[in-house]
Design a protein. Structure first.
Length: 406
C-alpha cells in the first residue's frame, strides 16, 4: 500500500500544514502560560485572543461569545447542563433520534447525572433523515428548558432547518443549542442572523488538532460553567488553555473561510461523481439521506446483503479509508441508530458505508475508489448466504431459511 486515500473526514481530518506551522513555535519556544502576569506568558495570551477572534469571524460572532473547550462533546454537555441549571423549574428536553451520542447518550442519562427527573422527547425522522416541523412545534411545551438539534448529521450529512427551529424555540422562550460540529467550515453560518443561544464546534473536524473545541454562547444568554476552576475563559471554563491547539483552531478557521466555496463546488462535484458512479455500477445499492439537503462532502451508501465491516477491511487493503454506517465495527450486531431511525431495511443497514471528503481529495482518488469497490462488493456477495437466498427467491426456489417456494 503506497498511498492512503482518506475519505473519512467526518471522523477526523488531517491537520492542515499551515495550521501545524502556526502551532509549531508554541510547543517549545513560546511556552508561557497565557494567564501569567509576565510578558513571556502575556504574549501567548495575546495570540490566544487572536485565535478567538478568528473563530468568531468564521461564524460572525463576537469574540467574547467564544469559549474554548476540549472538544465538541464538552461543548454539547456544557450547553445542555447550563440551560437546565438556568431554568431549574423546567425539566423537558427536545432532541432528535439521530443525534450524535454526545447529545443522545447525555440526555438519556440526565436523571442519573442530575438527580432530577427529566422528560426527553426524541423526535423521529423520515426515510430521508428529515424532521417533521409540525411535530417539532407540537413537541415544545411550557416545561421545555432546551432544544438540542444537530445542524448536520455525522453519518448521512443531512441538514436540519436550524434557522427555522431556533426561531420557533425563541418564540416560546426556550433556549436552543445546535451541535454544529460537522457543519462549521462546510456551509456558511452567521449567528447574528440566527436565534440560537449555543453552538458547538470541534477543531479536529476542520483540519485543526484533536483536543480543542468551542462553545458559542450568545451574549446575554444565562450561563453556568461546566468545568469549575480558575478564572480562565472569563470564569466560564476552568483549566489552563490548550494553547497550541487553540492557535491551530484559529488558523484552521481562517482556512475554512477561504475554502468554503471550494467545499460547495469542487468537493460537492467529487462527492456526486463518487456517489453516482457507485450507484450506477453496483446493483442493490441505495443512498441514505436527503439528496440535496446535506453536507457537500458526505455520501452514505448501503450495499445490500453484505456487511459494512467486511467492505471496510477490503477497502483498507487498497489504502482506502472510509467508515461504516453500522456499529458492527465496534463489536455490536446492531446497525447504526441513525439508519434505524430512518427505517433503512435490515439487509441494507448493515452494509452502509460513509464516504466523507475534504478539499484535499482529488478526482484521481475518486476514480480509484470507483475502480476498486464494485468488485469488492461482487466478491463479498458471492460469499453471502443472504445474497444466495435472494437469488433463489428471484429464481423461484427455496429461500434457504424455510421450505417455501417463491
Amino acid at each position: 500500500m503506497s498511498k492512503t486515500i482518506y475519505m473519512d473526514n467526518n471522523a477526523t481530518t488531517m491537520v492542515a500544514p499551515e495550521v501545524f506551522e502556526e502551532m509549531r513555535p508554541y510547543f517549545c519556544e513560546l511556552y508561557g502560560n497565557p494567564s501569567s502576569m509576565h510578558s513571556f506568558g502575556g504574549q501567548v495570551g495575546q495570540v490566544v485572543e487572536e485565535a478567538r477572534l478568528r473563530v468568531a469571524r468564521l461564524i460572525n460572532a463576537e469574540p467574547e461569545e467564544i469559549i474554548f473547550t476540549s472538544c465538541g462533546t464538552e461543548s454539547d454537555s456544557t450547553a445542555i447542563f447550563s440551560a437546565l441549571q438556568s431554568k431549574p423549574e423546567k425539566r423537558h428536553v427536545v432532541i432528535s433520534r439521530v443525534e450524535h451520542p454526545a447529545v443522545k447518550n447525555l440526555c438519556e442519562n440526565l436523571d442519573n447525572l442530575t438527580g432530577h427527573k427529566h422528560k426527553v422527547t426524541q423526535l423521529p425522522v423520515d426515510e430521508e433523515g428529515m424532521l417533521d416541523m409540525e411535530q417539532y412545534r407540537e413537541s415544545l411545551s411550557d416545561d421545555t428548558a432546551v432544544v438540542s438539534m444537530m445542524w448536520a448529521n455525522n453519518e448521512t450529512g443531512v441538514l436540519f432547518p436550524i434557522a427555522e427551529m431556533a426561531a420557533i424555540a425563541r418564540e416560546r422562550g426556550i433556549l436552543f443549542h445546535t451541535d454544529a460540529v460537522q457543519a462549521v467550515g462546510k456551509i456558511p453560518i452567521d449567528v447574528k442572523k440566527l436565534a440560537m443561544d449555543f453552538l458547538s464546534i470541534s477543531g479536529h473536524k476542520l483540519h485543526a488538532p484533536k483536543g480543542t473545541g468551542v462553545l458559542y454562547v450568545r451574549k446575554g444568554t444565562p450561563f453556568a460553567p461546566f468545568l469549575i476552576g480558575g478564572h480562565q475563559e472569563q470564569g466560564r471554563r476552568g483549566g489552563t488553555e490548550n494553547v497550541t491547539s487553540i492557535i491551530g483552531l484559529g488558523k484552521a478557521c481562517v482556512l475554512a473561510g477561504h475554502y468554503m466555496q471550494k467545499e460547495n463546488s469542487t468537493v460537492r462535484l467529487l462527492r456526486d461523481k463518487l456517489e453516482q458512479g457507485l450507484l450506477a455500477t453496483i446493483p442493490n445499492a441505495m443512498r441514505n439521506g436527503h439528496k440535496t439537503e446535506r453536507l457537500p462532502n458526505t455520501a452514505n451508501i448501503s450495499f445490500e446483503y453484505v456487511e459494512g465491516e467486511a467492505i471496510l477491511l477490503h477497502l483498507d487493503r487498497f489504502g482506502i479509508c472510509a467508515s461504516s454506517g453500522s456499529a458492527c465495527t465496534s463489536g455490536s450486531l446492531e446497525p447504526s441508530h441513525v439508519l434505524r431511525a430512518m427505517g433503512v431495511p435490515f439487509t441494507a443497514a448493515h452494509g452502509s458505508i460513509r464516504f466523507s471528503l475534504s478539499v484535499y481529495n482529488t478526482e484521481d482518488e475518486v476514480d480509484y475508489v470507483l475502480e476498486k469497490l464494485p468488485p469488492i462488493i461482487a466478491d463479498l456477495r458471492q460469499m453471502s448466504p443472504f445474497w444466495e437466498d435472494r437469488a433463489k427467491i428471484a429464481g423461484g426456489g427455496s429461500c434457504g431459511s424455510c421450505s417455501c417456494q417463491k
